[in-house]
Design a protein around this ligand. Structure first.
Ligand code: NDP
Length: 314
């Protein structure tokens, strides 16, 4: 099968707040951007319920609705939005080469990387074996299946707290497994968890194994202070221990830190490759907010536009 080749000025990879904001600015600057969305169209926010901290929505908005708004705004100015994954790149050439779904080749002068981050897993065998059969990394996607039952959740950040609260509204009890004697989450989220009657927090606790032959039946919790192990019957097991950046496809060309976050120049979205810009959670392990992702998406588009002008390409 021969590969089709398309030659463009500006390619955006990823469709979270960073990618869509880059698209809005790039389209308005006349760069005729093409966006490939990745598998999760709209990014991590499509797996969220209420977003209450994005400015401009005084009464909050649902994550998927907000991303639909972002998409419409990007389309309104002419962004060509397509479903597809960047599966291989070659950033050693000019124009840069990006293969989509191992089939199509896009040659672009400027490339904006906005592929975000994805959920981390504990790495225990039972978690993998029962994934999709009671083990999940997204309470909002899968919580409904466990309505009226008891579930467990691992983690102590804002995500874990948010998901525990969400689950507490559907489930009879939420067992929250926290590995230290304190939580990393913001004070307000911790208080919400601790004030929710049907959430039980297990401090200094780790997951030994998820139990069950074909579906989750219980979780074995290990207290790392007392060394005691207990089996708690649950039907669902949720992992909410953070995220890792989606940078593997670019790693041969783009400099990342040890965790895989793309390194950008100070006060800029410029990567180590001229004409390749990175924005959003892919390069931000500090703030990781929709609004900061959108901010860096805007920067990436403005810097692309400037770079293309300097090169006389635009
Ligand atoms: P975080 O990195 O903030 O937290 C991860 C949590 O998981 C930590 O409590 C960590 O424990 C725990 N953890 C990590 N690895 C393991 C493991 N192997 N076993 C058990 N526990 C583990 O990730 P989040 O996804 O919670 O949040 C990411 C960012 O997004 C944060 O900046 C957060 O504030 C933000 N956010 C904001 C929201 C909002 O404002 N509405 C909602 C959701 C997220 P330990 O503390 O011991 O390291």
């Amino acid at each position: 099968m021969s590969t089709t080749v398309e030659r463009i000025h500006c390619l955006i990879i990823g469709s979270g707040p960073a990618g869509y904001t880059a698209a809005i600015y790039a389209a308005r600057a006349g760069l005729k951007p093409i966006m490939y969305t990745g598998l999760l169209q709209g990014g991590q926010l499509v797996n969220t319920t209420d977003v209450e901290n994005y400015p401009g929505y005084p009464t909050g908005i649902l994550g998927p609705e907000m991303m639909e708004d972002f998409k419409k705004q990007a389309e309104r100015f002419g962004t060509d939005i397509r479903f597809g994954m960047a599966t291989k790149v070659d950033f050693s050439t000019s124009p840069k080469k990006v293969w989509i779904d191992d089939e199509k080749l896009v040659e672009a002068d400027a490339v904006i990387l906005a592929t975000g981050a994805e959920a981390k897993w504990l790495g225990i065998p039972s978690e993998k074996r029962l994934n999709g059969s009671g083990v999940s990394a997204c309470a909002v996607c899968d919580g409904f299946f466990y309505k009226g039952t008891e579930v467990a959740i691992v983690g102590a950040g804002d995500t874990a707290c948010e998901e525990a609260i969400y689950l507490s509204k559907l489930c009879t009890k939420v067992h929250m497994i926290v590995r230290r004697d304190e939580m990393r989450a913001s004070k307000i989220m911790q208080e919400r968890v601790l004030n929710t009657k049907n959430i039980q927090v297990y401090w200094n606790s780790e997951t030994d194994e998820v139990l069950g032959e074909n579906v989750v039946e219980a979780v074995r919790i290990f207290n790392n202070k007392t060394k005691e192990k207990i089996d708690v019957p649950v039907t669902g097991f949720f992992v909410a221990i953070g995220h890792q950046p989606n940078s593997v496809v670019f790693k041969d060309f783009i400099t990342t830190d040890t965790e895989g976050y793309v390194i950008t120049q100070a006060d800029s979205t410029k990567t180590n490759v001229e004409g390749v810009f990175a924005c959003g959670d892919l390069q931000d392990k500090t703030y990781r907010q929709a609004v900061t992702a959108a901010g860096t998406g805007c920067m990436a588009a403005l810097e692309s536009e400037r770079w293309l002008s300097e090169k006389g390409i635009h």
